[in-house]
Write a protein that binds this ligand. Structure first.
Ligand code: 5GP
Length: 114
């Protein structure tokens, strides 16, 4: 897998506003926030895209979701609500090839997303 900016953030080689970290997962504020709360929740293990995740990584993916909900609680948006997004491929415009969940909150979001 190619080196990404997220690997550098995980290794603390470049700065980021980290809001949560444990052995397997890191969460930091998006540099171009699209909502009052916009955090990227990232597995430290480098998986390029959701389509590259294997059965052996199913437990890690489950933890990623559970920890995302925990981060949302810590950031105080669990009650008002939030949106989770995983972009994949050209039509979704995935920019960074290291799997991540966008945690967006602090304002209402329309549906369908448009
Ligand atoms: P994607 O389009 O891949 O789902 O989203 C990548 C996200 O990473 C974008 O929302 C972008 O603003 C964010 N991002 C890109 N480079 C950096 C960076 O160096 N630091 C932080 N904190 N976020 C970044």
């Amino acid at each position: 897998m190619a080196e990404t900016v997220f690997s550098k953030i995980i290794r603390k080689e470049i700065p980021a506003e980290i809001v949560y970290e444990d052995e397997e997962v890191i969460a930091f504020k998006d540099i171009r926030p699209q909502a009052p709360v916009h955090v990227l929740v990232v597995p430290k293990e480098p998986i390029e895209t959701i389509a590259d995740a294997t059965e052996a990584q199913a437990e890690l993916l489950g933890k990623l979701l559970v920890r995302t909900a925990e981060v949302a609680r810590q950031l105080g948006i669990a009650e008002s609500g939030y949106r989770l997004v995983i972009n994949h491929g050209r039509d979704a415009g995935q920019e960074v090839l290291h799997l991540h969940i966008h945690l967006l909150g602090g304002r209402p979001f329309g549906w369908p997303p448009g």
